[in-house]
Design a protein around this ligand. Structure first.
Ligand code: ATP
Length: 598
């Protein structure tokens, strides 16, 4: 329960709506309890006057009496109807305030969680499964909403209803009240128990459903592999198996559900029978009137739903508390990468210094960088080469502060990057990652992702520099073509070039290209390198690559192995070293590796 206290700020935020909901609940209940009182009066009036009615001979007086009596009955009837309408109207207002409040809170909570996702660092995302992250913002929030909306609404209604109705019942006859109320706690317990079973079964069904969805999703995405390896039958069998366990669980839930309603009807029936039986005896003994008995039957019926909802509310609160606990745990996580209190925004000129940097990935313990030193002056172009897993991409990650090194410092223009505001740092570096990610949006919006204010001409220039303009113009809607599931499917090389254009359009002083030409053909690569050469003239650039760009006049080439620099120098220096670089170059020259760009 203590976990739910985190939601109190929302009750304070929506206090007027909440208060209105509570007032409407009370008013609605007051109007509804007038009805049994009226019914009692009608019954008593009938009981008192039926003898007089019989006694009056069939004269004119009988006609007058009958007409007056009918008027009184009609008055009661109309009043009951009016009260029922008023009670319904306030019930409507109660839902309007409390359920609408719960939707507002749901909206706020989702936004709060999403904003927190945006603040957390990469390490967090590496350590949590996407499904888990998704379920917190969807299912957990839905369960919490059940607490701030329906559960609160039913609970307040139950409390007000029970207090008012039980008070009226005791006022009539305490003993009868005790007898008629005795089955109700069992009703609440049964509901709680059955609800618990239903919930457990629903959870299992939910998990099976999401499993089923993943299987279907994976087979749609991998349909080409399935077909080419002729695995359609196996795929169908796999789906059928999962589908069968889903069906079994659903049938089992339907059986429990089917028991629920009859069990409730039985409990309600028992209470009514008990009321009539014991109440009848009390009427015979003259302790209560027939009107009181009728009134009691209505009270018992009025109390059914509140007692029924006690079990429901208890399990709703239990689930909401568990969900809110998960949400709280997540909201309390502080990002490791954040702005230091003294961090400032700076204008970067492009000087980079790695000083004795060592870095180990926290969740795997893999040491990717060891005692690394490098100085890059403004305007210099540096190539980083090395075999796979040697730590090249990690260097880029450290530079844009996706991670902080455990040892050493990374400096930009002689300032430790931990003292530069993150937004300032990242907005002045164009990082073109190895894994291209394009959004389901138009080509234009994908290119100007980091610079939404860029006009179409600037977008086209960036596309030209990345040698993708001709391809885009060939699409049916040119730059307005949709990419992704709802649009065109791009080749690996086209995606890479759009990603490069996205980096170039920012026009920063510092660029990092992480092996982003691996999927383009040699001729296009040559064209892009040519464009880049002019574009990068006054800029600092770090180009991570598996290939040797002999055409590009790098100021420095470093060869990484196992997180350390093993060779460094210009193209000629490295060739004369006769090491990894010279070997790679020789193999490329002989055509063993078709990677050389000249
Ligand atoms: N996010 C990560 N979490 C844990 N370990 C990682 C992560 N990224 C990389 N590593 C590990 O760190 C080491 C260096 O990886 P890195 O990606 O920097 O190499 P790379 O030289 O860029 O490789 P490639 O040329 O294949 O892209 C590898 O052993 C890799 O398994």
């Amino acid at each position: 329960m203590k976990h739910l206290a985190a939601l109190n700020k929302y009750f304070v935020k929506y206090k007027w709506r909440f208060l209105l909901g509570l007032i409407c609940t009370t008013v609605s209940i007051i109007f509804s309890v007038f009805q049994p009182i009226m019914v009692r009066q009608i019954f008593d009036l009938l009981a008192q006057n039926i003898d007089n009615y019989r006694l009056i001979s069939d004269t004119g007086i009988k006609g007058v009496f009958r007409s007056d009596f009918t008027k009184v009955l009609a008055f009661y009837g109309v009043t009951i109807l009016l009260f029922a309408l008023l009670s319904g109207f306030f019930l409507y207002l109660q839902r309007q305030s409390l359920i609408v409040m719960s939707r507002y809170i749901e909206y706020d909570l989702k936004n709060e969680i999403y904003q927190h996702y945006q603040v957390l660092d990469l390490n967090f995302f590496k350590m949590h499964r996407t499904g888990d992250l998704m379920s917190r913002i969807t299912e957990d929030v839905s369960r919490v909403r059940m607490y701030v909306g329906p559960a609160i609404m039913y609970a307040t209604r139950t409390v007000f209803m029970v207090v008012i109705v039980v008070y009226l019942m005791i006022d009539v006859n305490p003993l009868l009240t005790l007898y008629t109320l005795s089955p109700l706690p069992f009703l609440a317990l049964t509901i709680y128990y059955v609800n618990h079973i239903i919930h457990r079964k629903s959870e299992r069904i939910q998990a099976q459903l999401s499993n089923l969805t993943s299987i279907a999703q994976e087979s749609y995405s991998g349909i080409r592999v399935i077909k080419s390896y002729v695995q359609e039958e196996a795929s169908i069998r796999h789906f059928e198996q999962e589908s069968e366990s889903y069906k079994d669980s659903s049938v089992s839930l339907a059986k429990t559900d089917a028991l629920f309603q009859p069990a409730m009807a039985l409990m309600i029936g028992l209470s009514v029978v008990l009321t009539i039986f014991i109440g009848g005896i009390q009427v015979i003994h003259g302790n209560i009137t027939v009107g009181n008995l009728a009134e009691f039957v209505i009270y018992v019926n009025m109390l059914m739903f509140p007692f029924f909802s006690i079990g429901m509310v208890a399990s709703m609160i239990q689930r909401a508390a568990a969900s809110q606990q998960r949400i709280n745990e997540f909201l309390q996580i502080k990002p490791d990468i954040h702005n230091a209190p003294d961090a400032t925004a700076v204008t970067l000129k492009g000087q980079i210094d790695f000083k004795n940097v060592s870095f180990t990935y926290p969740h795997t313990g893999i040491q990717a960088i060891q005692g690394f030193n490098l100085t890059v002056k403004p305007g210099e172009k540096v190539a980083v080469i090395g075999r796979t897993g040697s730590g090249k991409s990690t260097l880029a990650q450290l530079l844009i502060r996706m991670y902080d090194p455990q040892e050493g410092t990374v400096l930009m223009d002689n300032t430790d990057i931990r003292h530069i505001k993150l937004e300032s740092l990242r907005s002045q570096i164009s990082y073109v990652p190895q894994d291209v990610f394009l959004f389901s949006d138009t080509v234009t919006n994908n290119i100007r992702f980091g610079t939404p204010e860029a006009n179409i001409e600037t977008v086209k220039t960036a596309a030209r520099q990345a040698s993708i303009e001709r391809d885009i113009e060939g699409f049916s809607e040119g730059f307005e073509t949709m990419i992704g599931e709802r649009g065109v499917t791009l080749s690996g090389g086209q995606k890479q070039r759009i990603s490069i254009a996205r980096g170039l359009i920012k026009n920063p002083n510092l660029l990092v290209f992480d092996d982003c030409l691996s999927a383009v053909d040699a001729r296009t690569e040559k064209e892009i390198i040519g464009n880049l050469y002019a574009y990068l003239r006054d800029k600092t650039a770090i180009i991570i690559t598996h290939r040797i760009f002999a055409l590009f006049d790098f100021d420095k080439i470093i060869v990484l192995d196992d997180g350390k620099i093993v060779e460094t120098g210009t193209h000629e220096d490295l060739l004369s070293l006769n090491g990894y670089y010279a070997d790679l170059y020789a193999r490329q020259q002989s055509g063993e590796e078709e990677n050389i760009i000249e």
